[in-house]
Ligand binder design. Structure first.
Ligand code: ADP
Ligand code: MG
Length: 678
């Protein structure tokens, strides 16, 4: 009999070819299958009389084939099979495209359960490519069918067969949730729940199981975070007793705002002590968070330690590198850059400078947490745009030093309960003041008929010495509804024949991206046509106009982030969103951005309009072990799970009485798993 550790190859119908495809999805064993949750379910148990079906319903009908299938060749490579099926209440027309085989199975005069979406063609009701099953009278007709994530070459039947085999294994994992907790919250045990997930008899079972799994995820996570926090409390780090920042302030090109000074004072207070600092700086885009990070670097250097700033993109890392050089060169401190795309020689030199202690300040990307990076005496770490990093990644960076002081910076406002989980152990400094002399970005939402005028406006801004961003949404392959960056750039070049236009998108090689970004920063390009690779952190103060194409395709918070790329200098800046002619809903959404510049207010509106699912996309939170929980919808469950975790750890701090739980919690934050969450 198969065990959970058995390879997928042990299942009938899975050969080396399919096993290789499964491997691509990170599925190697039967245990992996159990952990691959369906992304949706088809409820084929809802059976309606034909007359009661409504256009748009995805339901089953129980109907008799009335006319034998007829095949029509529409054109080369396209054939349509038509038939009709009826019950006592009406007739359903059934159509298959390029699937003679499916239709050929259907016998005239025989009853089938057809499952599909009901459409209307004139007066006729139509089902296109329904699943048809004979109902032989065993059990209830219709089923709940899990819909798994797939990759090309695999089908739902493969996944179903794998799941079925996995569920029969005698060695299902033990339940990490203590029984009294399960009882208190009426949660099924693991074995029951995993059956409900892969082989439910009703949607209600799916819901019960989901609730249990969400609780488990959050409970394990809370236990883990709680333990990390405890551990950190016992650490002794590197106190920074020298706190004279006068040379630093002098090297800065501007006077800090009150809010920046306060945040820096918070850091000084924390970093003086031997307990490692753990602080979040939250401030809207453009509020000047980088200064606080730089101040911490200066403190570290003054006390004989190195400091590292980790940014989520190469562009941002390079930008930090340049602005830090601008300050620290004057102070006689050495700043180096470390990114994945650097040439072998440059990388070797950087690694060498970091390991020898020659480098005082290091700016970089994820490359900083690679195994081959060793610091001589790392005393402070900064994670910029922290929501782009996982907990584990931040922990890896910290582990490069002896409990270094940690600063994380974010422009993303988050719901309170979530903040409790994410930042329960963090102190928070808020930057609630913009640098002086900023005139708010003037924002307009426009439609296609304004295009000529907008091009003329670009020309005017460029003639006055300004620069322009044009941002386009990512176009999926084969999607012809939107223009790609290249197409937009070509149109621009036609409209502005004498201007220099650069293109930036995610598929370019890092070195190419750097080159283009460098030209734009240096003012050698007038227009940068880009995808959202520039969304986060990019700082070119001379850019004074941002045009967003198909703005209705972006989330509000994302548009606000994008808008934050302009209005960084003294020039009056403008932001123009195309898409106001795409219907009332689009217009209403864009109006919010036109009417306010307040990131928190926009995030709130975003949350209510888009629903939280999108707002906190799966990867955004970067928390290990969260697959099902929706961090803004499952708030009550989250609160309960957290309270219970705290209670349990108070009674049993090392979880000695709960070996299964303990093992799972430890696995959650083990370094092996880091790779998975990177
Ligand atoms: P963010 O908070 O979005 O990371 P940055 O740190 O990139 O913001 O700062 C945005 C811009 O404001 C940069 O061009 C920076 O040089 C400038 N800046 C920051 N602080 C001040 C200040 N106190 N006075 C003037 N300009 C400032
Ligand atoms: Mg920033």
């Amino acid at each position: 009999m198969a065990e959970l550790s058995s390879s997928v190859l042990s299942v009938q119908g899975i050969g080396p070819k399919k096993a290789a495809l499964l491997k691509k999805m990170n599925i190697h064993t039967l245990a992996d299958i159990l952990n691959t949750y369906p992304r949706d379910y088809e409820d084929r148990t809802r059976i309606l009389p034909v007359a009661e079906t409504q256009e748009g319903d995805k339901i089953s009908i129980y109907a008799t084939v009335g006319t034998a299938p007829t095949v029509h060749y529409v054109r080369k490579g396209m054939e349509i099979t038509r038939l009709t099926a009826f019950d006592s209440t009406g007739v359903m027309h059934i159509i298959y495209f390029n699937n003679k085989y499916a239709a050929a199975q259907l016998r005239e005069g025989t009853e089938y359960l057809f499952y599909g979406r009901v459409q209307r063609q004139g007066k006729q009701k139509v089902m296109v490519s329904p699943v048809a099953e004979r109902y032989v009278g065993e059990g209830a007709p219709g089923r709940i069918v899990p819909v798994y994530p797939l990759t090309a070459g695999l089908c739902q039947r493969d996944m179903a067969r794998l799941a079925e085999t996995a569920l029969q294994c005698p060695d299902l994992p033990e339940d990490p949730l203590p029984a009294p907790l399960r009882q208190a919250y009426a949660l099924p045990d693991y074995a029951q729940a995993i059956r409900f997930i892969h082989a439910p008899h009703s949607i209600a079972e799916v819901q019960v199981a989901r609730r249990r799994m969400v609780f488990e995820e959050l409970f394990l996570l809370c236990c883990g975070l709680q333990r990390l926090k405890e551990k950190r409390r016992e650490e002794t780090g590197c106190p920074f007793p020298q706190t004279d920042l006068r040379p630093f302030w002098q090297a800065l090109a501007f006077a800090p705002t009150g809010a920046q000074r306060r945040a820096v004072a918070d850091c000084i207070r924390d970093a003086r002590t031997s307990r490692p600092m753990n602080r979040l700086v939250q401030g809207d885009v453009g509020s000047g968070k980088t200064v606080v990070a730089a101040a911490l670097c200066a403190l570290a250097a003054q006390n004989g330690y190195q400091a590292a700033i980790m940014a989520p993109t190469e562009i941002l890392a390079a930008q930090h590198y340049h602005s830090l050089c601008g300050i620290f060169d004057k102070l006689g401190l050495k700043t180096v850059l470390l990114t994945g795309s650097m040439g072998a020689k440059a990388k070797r030199e950087a690694l060498q400078a970091i390991a020898s202690g020659q480098a005082d300040i290091v700016a970089g990307t994820h490359a900083l947490i690679q195994k081959n990076v060793e610091f001589a005496r790392l005393g402070a770490v900064v994670a910029d745009e922290q929501h782009r990093f996982g907990v584990a990644q931040r922990a890896s960076l910290r582990s490069k030093g002896q409990a270094p002081h940690t600063l994380v910076m974010s422009a993303t406002p988050i719901p309170r309960t979530l903040a409790l989980i994410l930042y329960g152990d963090l102190d928070i400094s808020i930057i609630d003041e913009l640098p002086p002399g900023r005139t708010p970005v003037a924002t307009y939402a426009v439609g296609e008929r304004m295009r000529k005028r907008i091009y003329a406006f670009m020309e005017k801004q460029i003639a006055a010495g300004g620069q322009v961003y044009v941002v386009c949404p990512l176009v999926e392959e084969g999607d012809t509804r939107l223009k790609s960056v290249e197409e937009h750039a070509a149109a621009l070049q036609k409209a502005l024949p004498n201007r220099h236009i650069g293109i930036l998108h995610g598929k370019m090689k890092p070195a190419e991206k750097d080159a283009v970004m460098g030209l734009f920063s240096a003012g050698k390009l007038d227009v940068l046509a880009a995808t959202t690779v520039i969304e986060v952190g990019v700082n070119v103060p001379n850019a004074c106009l941002m045009v967003v194409e198909d703005a209705d395709r972006f989330g509000l918070s994302q548009l606000h982030q994008l808008r934050g790329r302009v209005g960084r200098g003294r020039r009056q800046s403008f932001c123009i969103f195309f898409g106001a002619d795409k219907g009332q809903a689009a217009r209403d959404r864009l109006k919010i951005l036109v009417s306010t510049n307040d990131g928190f207010e926009i995030a709130r509106a975003d949350l209510t309009q888009r629903g939280p699912g999108d707002f906190f996309g799966k990867r955004q939170h970067g928390l290990p072990g969260i697959k099902l929980a929706n961090l803004s919808e499952d708030l009550q469950l989250m609160q309960n799970a957290c309270n219970e975790a705290e209670n349990l750890l108070q009674k049993d701090p090392t979880l000695a009485g709960y070996p299964v739980l303990r093992e799972r919690v430890e696995r959650l934050f083990s370094t092996d798993e880091n790779e998975v969450f990177s």
